[in-house]
Design a protein around this ligand. Structure first.
Ligand SMILES: Nc1ncnc2c1ncn2[C@@H]1O[C@H](COP(=O)(O)OP(=O)(O)O)[C@@H](O)[C@H]1O
Ligand SMILES: [Mg+2]
Length: 424
């Protein structure tokens, strides 16, 4: 538009120069007529005004129009008369571009106005806007998809590795592999190596405990037998009798420990060899109570039982008897003389429950989870004999049978231990 304005201005001034040369009295309407003759086709419409904003003449589509009163944007013209290019755009996409024309006294004597339809310009702008919106939308979608893809590509293997470490902590070892050569792949390989070594070590340790326990079982039985024999046969020397008693006691303790270790190694091996049958837990519990009676009486502890009918569960008889014995034995061991123990069996929802409550010394809350670990004995155990294996064995037995062991306790008040098994 500016280029066109420059050309038109030049042509207009050429006509003006001709007039100024030929005569002294210049008639603006003649100038306008001549200029229109030259520039009539330089726009969709062209108009010429004098310095009083009067329309001197105009042409439409290259044809000079002699009579007509087109719409004039006065502001546009007065602006141009100040010596500036001026334009107005109507809402019909028409641009009125006004060019000031100076005479040889450098006065703004005329205004040449070009009217053009610039709807094509708006069409192009619309197209550009449309392309930009589509482009931006596409870009956002692309960025979102690629971030999701990257996040998925990195979080998935991390989740996988996290799952593997969780399984490792439960001693479930399996091959870890990510089939990629970056740092995550290397981490997976490292984890895999660690799993293999840890598994080998644990298996070796279990095998060692199992072998040693088996090896010790027979000589220990002989030692216990001979100690009993010596103790029973010694009637004269009280000192010697004391020593034999001590021997007998210690070999009893060792026998218990070996038995527990053997059960432990049996539990560590695969489950299928466990002989599981439906059993009446009340009947089994009663058997344990009868077995333990002498021990309780010896410590002046009374036992009260509430054994219900139909408390059935699928269990291995030897293992569950061992677990109940352990809990009842603990209740007796850690009760004060004259104490009272309540033994109950019941059915709740889908569980068969054995609950043994004592009014003994209790377990500190910090020790509650630790007493279920192998070989852990809390400070309250003091001089009482034990290996610290009992409760850990109970927990492992109960969990192998898909149940759970629950221990509640308060120092000085007592302890409640429950075995919950799925009801058969
Ligand atoms: N009924 C109980 N009352 C108080 N403390 C208990 C009771 N049962 C277990 N404990 C505590 O838990 C520890 C672990 O028990 P357990 O594994 O059976 O080992 P042990 O009886 O051989 O010491 C015991 O040493 C004792 O400190
Ligand atoms: Mg015990």
């Amino acid at each position: 538009m500016m280029e066109k304005a420059d050309i038109c201005e030049l042509s207009f001034r050429e006509v003006l120069t001709k007039y100024q040369k030929s005569s002294t009295n210049v008639k603006p309407s003649d100038v306008a007529k001549d200029v229109l003759g030259v520039l009539k086709a330089s726009g969709m419409e062209v108009r010429i005004y004098d310095n009083n904003q009067n329309l001197l003449g105009f042409a439409e589509n290259g044809i000079i129009v002699y009579n007509g009163t087109p719409k004039i944007f006065k502001g546009n013209i007065s602006n141009a008369l100040k010596g500036n290019y001026s334009y107005t755009v109507t809402n019909k996409s028409l641009i009125y571009f006004a060019i000031p024309i100076q005479n040889n006294f450098y006065e703004n004597a005329y205004v040449f106005e070009i009217v053009e339809n610039i709807s094509y310009f708006y069409d192009i702008m619309d197209k550009i806007r449309y392309i930009l919106i589509i482009g931006a939308g596409g870009f956002i979608i692309l960025i979102t998809l690629s971030s999701l893809f990257i996040a998925h590509k990195t979080t998935k293997p991390i989740k996988y590795l996290l799952g593997a470490t969780k399984k490792f902590s439960k001693q479930q070892f399996e091959q870890v592999s990510l089939k990629r050569k970056d740092e995550l792949g290397m981490l997976a390989d490292g984890l895999n190596q660690m799993g293999i070594k840890l598994n080998n070590y644990i298996q070796y340790q279990k095998q060692f405990v199992s072998n040693v326990s088996h090896e010790l079982k027979t000589p220990l039985a002989a030692i216990r037998g001979f100690s009993q024999y010596l103790y029973d046969g010694e009637d004269n020397d009280t000192e010697l009798k004391k020593i034999y008693y001590h021997l007998l006691n210690e070999s009893d303790r060792l026998t218990m420990l070996i038995n527990e270790l053997l059960i432990l190694s049996k539990l560590d091996k695969a489950t299928p060899e466990l002989n599981i049958k439906q059993e009446d837990l009340s009947e089994l519990t009663n058997r344990v109570i009868q077995d333990m009676k002498p021990k309780a009486e010896k410590r002046d502890i009374s036992m009260e039982s509430h054994l219900n009918n139909g408390v059935l569960a699928n269990v291995n008889e030897i293992l569950i008897l061992h677990a109940i014995s352990n809990i009842l034995e603990n209740a007796i061991k850690y009760s004060n003389p004259g104490g009272h123990i309540i033994i109950e069996t019941s059915k709740t929802n889908n569980s068969a429950v054995i609950k043994i409550s004592d009014q003994g010394i209790g377990i500190h809350k910090n020790d509650l989870s630790l007493v279920q670990e192998r070989f852990y004995r809390a400070s309250n155990s003091g001089a009482t004999k034990g290996s610290g294996l009992g409760l850990s064995l109970c927990r492992e037995i109960v969990e192998k049978l898909n149940g759970q062991l629950i221990i509640e306790s308060e120092i000085g008040v007592g302890t409640k231990v429950s075995i919950q098994l799925p009801l058969a």
